[in-house]
Design a binder for this molecule. Structure first.
Ligand SMILES: [Zn+2]
Length: 67
């Protein structure tokens, strides 16, 4: 089965549908470790902490250790 549209979607219909895309801003929360804004359910990009544990090496630390 190939996905072939039965009817052409009018420019208005297409615009109305696409008006709902990316309406909401990303849900930002404050990092409990460094108190900067980060995306919810994401590792903090500035300190590398997630759920009270250090999970990644941050860019600043990588520069310091010189790999
Ligand atoms: Zn942080």
């Amino acid at each position: 089965m190939t996905g072939v549209p039965k009817k052409r979607v009018s420019q208005r219909h297409q615009g109305e549908r696409r008006s709902q895309i990316r309406l909401k801003l990303p849900s930002l929360v404050t990092c409990p470790n460094c108190h900067r804004l980060r995306l919810q359910h994401h590792v903090c990009p500035s300190c590398g902490y997630y759920r009270g544990r250090k999970v990644i090496e941050t860019a600043a630390e990588r520069r310091r250790s010189q790999r």
